[in-house]
Design a binder for this molecule. Sequence first.
Ligand code: PLP
Length: 483
Amino acid sequence: MADESSESFLDPSAETAARVWRHVLDVLGEERARLPARPVGRPVDAGALRKAVSAYDFAAPVPPETAVDEVMALLRETSVHTAHPRYFGLFNPAPTVMGVVGETLAAAANPQLAAWSHAPAAVEIEAHLMRFLGHRLGYPADEVAGSFTSGGAEANLTAVLLALTRTWPRYGTGGLRALPGRPTLYASAESHLAWLKIAHATGIGRDAVRLVPVDAGLRLDLGRLAAMIADDRRAGDLPFLVVGTAGTTGAGVIDPLPELAALCAAEGVRLHVDAAYGGAAALSDRLAGALTGIERADSITVDAHKWLSVPMGAGALLCTDAAGLAETFRVTTSYMPGAVADTVDPYTSSQQWSRRFMGLKLFLSLAVAGRTGYAAQLEHDAGLAGILRRRLLDGGWTIVNDTPLPVVCFTDPGAAELPGDASRAHHAGLADAVVAGGHAWISPVTLDGRAALRACVISHHTTAADIEALVRAVDDARARSRA
Ligand SMILES: *Cc1c(COP(=O)(O)O)cnc(C)c1O
């Protein structure tokens, strides 16, 4: 270490940097090898964790390898391991290797994507990905506009800002007070409730979000939607946006997109499709049919950090309205570089200003797996979910959702007579028992008021043997709850 004392801690010698990188590779290799044998998650003592973290008072430097080892130990011992083959959880993926490489290269090169002129290759790579995704979703490739976002929530916020701006050109300068009434938006009761935060932030207010009841298949009920729009119009409100969800967070259900598109066209309101999770299906010729109608949406949300398995955060907002985005996010300053002919500056066409190269992790993952490699993985996941459904049915469980996506929701028919609260407690108890066993991670969910268990095949490390292990874990939990 003595010969390093003259080094800058912020910019160590090439030799030191190489030594740290080799150490990181060793650590990552070991994590990968050991992960399947570890518990997927375990209880955490928040006080002990806080104490361990605050041991870092930053008073004196710590050797880089020590810092890396200690942080990895904290993460390893406390996180729910979303990359684990038996994480059947929320839409958090096991990151692709090329995704992690992409994150690393993006951080090291650190291009500033705010302005095309600062990072032309990076901006063009992201624009190319938008055209690829948009085209797979059914938009004409040469009309696709949009950008990567921090996630689905920011993409959905962008959709609302665009919808307000396009519906009422005065909104941008005069704000909501320039409108002749209160804008209202519609999403199913099973939709992702980021809509409430978005309504809060845009000033339309949380009460302006109309949660439309779902039908027996947990899909947005079209008749109820039409009635709610009519009621709101009679009351003087201004319906402007309907949201269809393609892959609900709870049950992975896809709303009736063609019918929603027809209804929106007839009503003269915009349609946004939130396909944060399900949009990935567009990469598979076999699964894409489930998204039919999505191409008629005014805008679409897709999260690459869900079923496309790149590290967080990488969402995307796609549309065919470059002019609308330019109007929504327009700004001029004296200090930003000027626009370059025939290019788009992300800072004047999206919410973010300084912008990291979040598309690289998807670009490299797609380049190396190929679209067909992705499709094979998505179809494999869907096949595993099919196996899980059959095994659960054989074991006397009831399947309560219907979707081509690999989300399996099921209930214990032994609890069918229980009142709502008791049923919720029963199913939550089963999920807790499975998670406490350490062999698999599933979660309780409430679907249209009914308690259920939810298992999503989301990790590309999951195999048929992991499905069997999950079935054993839920069967054991149920047997113990009956004993
Ligand atoms: C995950 C999800 C979101 C929110 O996306 P983030 O990436 O978490 O911001 C929105 N809608 C749906 C349907 C989702 O699954």
